[in-house]
Write a protein that binds this ligand. Structure first.
Ligand SMILES: Nc1ncnc2c1ncn2[C@@H]1O[C@H](COP(=O)(O)OC(=O)CCCC[C@@H]2CCSS2)[C@@H](O)[C@H]1O
Length: 325
């Protein structure tokens, strides 16, 4: 096993390093890494359901989809990730790969435990979530460790959308969380070094490497094709529909929205309001867009919604579709 140091601290890049190493290295790998603020969703999650996209846009929190399954987590520069990439072997359970983390904590006088699902907890509070990806006889096991981190962002960015979404998708499992830095006096960097050192001892590793310039180019290609690309981050959202109805003094407005590959594929507005023109002339402006307030507002520039739905304003329209429920 060798240690790979990632030169990046952006989620799309670090996921691309994992992906590159997974596909191109024969050695088993260990890697510790961290990112600027981001939300990382599971492979089969509905981005609209699990993430407060507006909050993320307003707070510069990137949203990226990973290859492994499971739920959505928040990370920032105080949240530490680790990855093992190995050949698939008997006994490669979640418990097996999380053990070195628990050993590293014991050395710091902290007693953590593995729970039945995929979490590590201290005193019942989750500080680590884990996920795996298996392919071609190899396994990627990675985990996030809430060493520190902005809990306000964690709570707000991951607030599940309470709208009824008709469709299949993996839901996150919300937990009571706790941060390690409230228990120990280390900086995030010191904690990373400690974790690295512990794993190097446990697995007898003496070799540390870093992607070279040529590899970095390939990693950057993976970023633009996948983890930094809306077609992956939004597009892998399973098909779903939303139905809404809002009562206004100018009438009841019913919205039926279908999303396919993360984009609006069908949008129907019905109701008992008065109209000057066919409402499909309005709704067709949104076909192909992400279902986000920012994209809808952009599409509405120069459009008079009151022309299609008498009494309607842009403000009411946006509120009907995107207000916090
Ligand atoms: N950073 C972090 N650490 C620990 N727990 C978290 C974190 N962020 C959110 N949460 C809590 O976990 C649940 C979601 O739990 P759930 O079990 O649904 O999902 C996970 O744990 C997935 C872990 C993925 C790890 C990958 C490793 C490399 S990139 S991401 C969320 O609602 C919060 O309550």
């Amino acid at each position: 096993m060798i240690v790979v140091n990632s030169p990046y601290n952006r989620i799309a890049y670090n996921l691309a390093v994992e992906n590159y190493v997974f596909n191109n290295y024969d050695d088993d790998i260990f890697m510790v890494w961290r990112n600027q603020p981001c939300v990382v969703i599971g492979r089969n999650q509905n981005i609209y359901k699990e993430v407060n996209i507006k909050y993320c846009e307003e707070n510069n929190i990137e949203i990226v989809r990973r290859l492994s399954g499971g739920g959505a987590v928040f990370q920032d520069m105080e949240v530490i990730q680790y990855s093992f990439i190995t050949k698939e072997r008997e006994g490669n359970s979640f418990e097996y790969f999380t053990k070195p983390v628990l050993i590293a904590l014991e050395k710091l006088g902290l007693h953590g435990e593995f729970t039945g699902r995929n979490d590590l907890v201290i005193d019942g509070k989750k500080f680590s979530g884990n996920a795996q990806y298996h392919r071609h006889g190899k396994v990627l096991h990675h985990g996030t460790i809430l060493f520190g981190g902005n809990l306000e962002h964690l709570k707000n960015a991951l607030k599940p959308n309470p709208l009824k979404f008709v469709g299949k998708n993996v839901k996150s499992v919300s937990s009571r969380v706790g941060r390690l830095k409230d228990e120990i006096d280390l900086t995030p960097q010191e904690f990373m070094d400690h974790l690295n050192k512990t794993v190097m001892e446990v697995f007898n590793i003496d070799h540390i490497t870093e992607p070279n310039e040529e590899e970095k180019k390939k990693i950057e290609e993976i970023v633009s094709e996948k983890f930094g690309n809306d077609n992956w981050n939004y597009g892998m959202t399973p098909k779903f529909q939303i139905e809404l109805a809002e009562k206004h003094d100018f009438g009841i407005v019913e919205y039926g929205i279908s999303l396919d590959k993360g984009k609006v594929s069908k949008f129907v507005i019905t109701g008992d309001f008065f109209s000057n023109d066919e409402v499909d002339k309005l709704t067709e402006k949104f076909i192909g867009l992400n279902f986000t307030e920012s994209e809808f507002k952009k599409a509405l520039e120069g459009v008079n919604v009151g022309f299609y739905i008498i009494g309607m304003t842009e403000e009411i329209f946006i509120k009907d579709l995107f207000k916090e429920r």
